[in-house]
Design a protein around this ligand. Structure first.
Ligand code: FAD
Length: 416
């Protein structure tokens, strides 16, 4: 059955219930002409999970906060379908769901995220959506069960910052426990620490690792782990490790009828348009852009929302295609704020600061989603959790560094 909307407004289907999808919804409703759209959100789960704070869970914080998607859809007048996007009939402009429903669209936004896979046999994958992930770590550190821990980035695609956070927070806990015998090593294919912030940001992270006594092995892939020894390539080097903690490998959603790369990520150009498929956009972790980060996903969402209303005649200008990467690195002590401009898929200038560089000071820096969540104090996971893991973030942070283009705090409501 093809559903034809009763409302006369142009039909937008948003597939996904993560930050990219929800930012698209909020941005569309905020833009001129957005109120006239008929919007359907197709998402299998009931909740938007705020993943960035999952790294604090192994260190005693409560599970990552979740927001009911139906409440958000109600706030922004969208229909929610608990279903999945399975395929697209591009010629007919129809989205086909997992349950076989056919949804006609004028614009379709694919924001279905990446799939997670076990990275390395015998390694412990850190799964942000699993609240029990790594809960064993602290008890084992306390009981002296482990002495050598390796933290492994499995591949070039993704977002490596959580692994640096896990390593730094483990080191901070080890200091508190008086475990000065602990040997922590981070193994990564990146050419330098947290390479996406190469320049000042990467240098600041390298210094943090040195200060924490964490060794880093760059330009290296972990190939095998037998429970005692990690074998790395190139060079067949080995590292003794009692435990290996790794980020999952990622693949794309491989939606039928859409062009995807060999890992299943949906092809999209710098505007989020899927080439050769009119009216279809792909954003966030589902798309081919190699840096899989929530803040970037929301900037892609804002750009796509702008294009959707522009295509329907709204007088709004396109947003910059030079995204800005903003990240808060939790360290177990004072957090580090990192910012970089991205061009051609790579960062071109990075800054590191002990003070917040943007407002609101959320881990996922999003123009619409961040203030929306921050306004709901009772629902705001960031402040509640960060108060505990990063005391300097409590209350009003001591913002402000001058943004390169402007004096004063960088408000996420601005372009870029
Ligand atoms: C541990 C960890 C820490 C992180 N820390 C940060 C951070 O500090 N800052 C930051 O900016 N980013 C961070 N990230 C990255 C950030 O979480 C992701 O980049 C971001 O969630 C991507 O958003 P998304 O909406 O594209 O995908 P997701 O958040 O993965 O959402 C995908 C959504 O699509 C739904 N879905 C799946 N398949 C289908 C389908 N077929 N049809 C319809 N819906 C479907 C899913 O149920 C989900 O609701 C972190 C990630 C991890 C794992």
């Amino acid at each position: 059955m093809t559903s034809t909307a009763a409302s006369p407004g142009p039909r937008v289907v948003i597939a996904g219930g993560g930050v990219a999808a929800i930012e698209t919804l909020l941005a569309l409703r905020a833009l001129p002409g957005g109120a006239a759209l008929t919007i359907a959100v197709v998402a299998p789960g009931a909740y938007l999970t705020y993943r960035p704070l999952a790294v604090a869970v192994p260190f005693g914080q409560s599970p990552a906060r979740r927001y009911a998607i139906h409440g958000i859809c109600r706030d922004f007048d969208a229909t929610l379908r608990h279903d999945t996007l399975r395929g697209v009939d591009a010629d007919r402009r129809v989205a086909i769901t997992g349950r076989g429903e056919r949804l006609s669209f004028d614009a379709l936004v694919v924001a279905t995220g990446a799939r997670q896979h076990p990275p390395l046999e015998r390694a412990h994958a850190f799964l942000a959506d699993d609240s029990t992930s790594l809960r064993w770590l602290l008890p084992q550190l306390r009981r002296d069960v482990v002495r050598r821990v390796a933290f492994v980035v499995p591949g070039a695609t993704g977002w490596t910052l959580p692994l640096y956070e896990l390593a730094l927070m483990t080191a901070a806990w080890a200091r508190q426990l008086g475990r000065d015998d602990l040997e922590l090593t981070l193994v990564t294919p990146e050419e330098m620490p947290l390479a996406v912030f190469h320049g000042d940001g990467s240098a600041a992270v390298a210094q943090l690792l040195r200060d924490a006594g964490i060794d880093i092995v760059t330009g290296t892939y972990a190939r095998r782990y037998d429970g005692e020894t990690l074998t790395m390539t190139p060079g067949d080097r080995t590292l003794a490790a009692d435990r290996v903690i790794a980020l999952p490998r990622l693949s794309g959603p491989a939606i039928d009828g859409l062009p995807c790369d060999r890992d299943g990520f949906v092809q999209a150009d710098e505007h989020g348009c899927v080439p050769g498929v009119d009216g279809v956009f792909a954003i966030g972790d589902a798309a081919t852009f190699p840096i899989k980060q929530g803040g970037l996903a929301t900037q892609q969402a804002d750009r796509v929302a702008t294009r959707i209303v522009r295509a329907r005649g709204a007088a709004v200008r396109d947003l910059s295609t030079r995204p800005v990467l903003r990240a808060i690195l939790l360290t177990g002590e004072q957090p580090l704020y990192l910012r970089a401009t991205i061009s051609g898929g790579e960062s071109v200038a990075s800054t590191a600061s002990r003070e917040c560089l943007w407002w609101p000071p959320q881990k996922i820096a999003a123009r619409h989603l961040a203030p929306y969540l921050a306004d709901r104090v009772e629902l705001d996971p960031a402040r509640a959790h960060l108060n505990a893991v990063a005391p300097s973030l409590s209350g009003q942070p001591a913002v402000v560094h001058a943004d390169p283009v402007d004096a004063g705090p960088e408000l996420l409501g601005r372009d870029g």
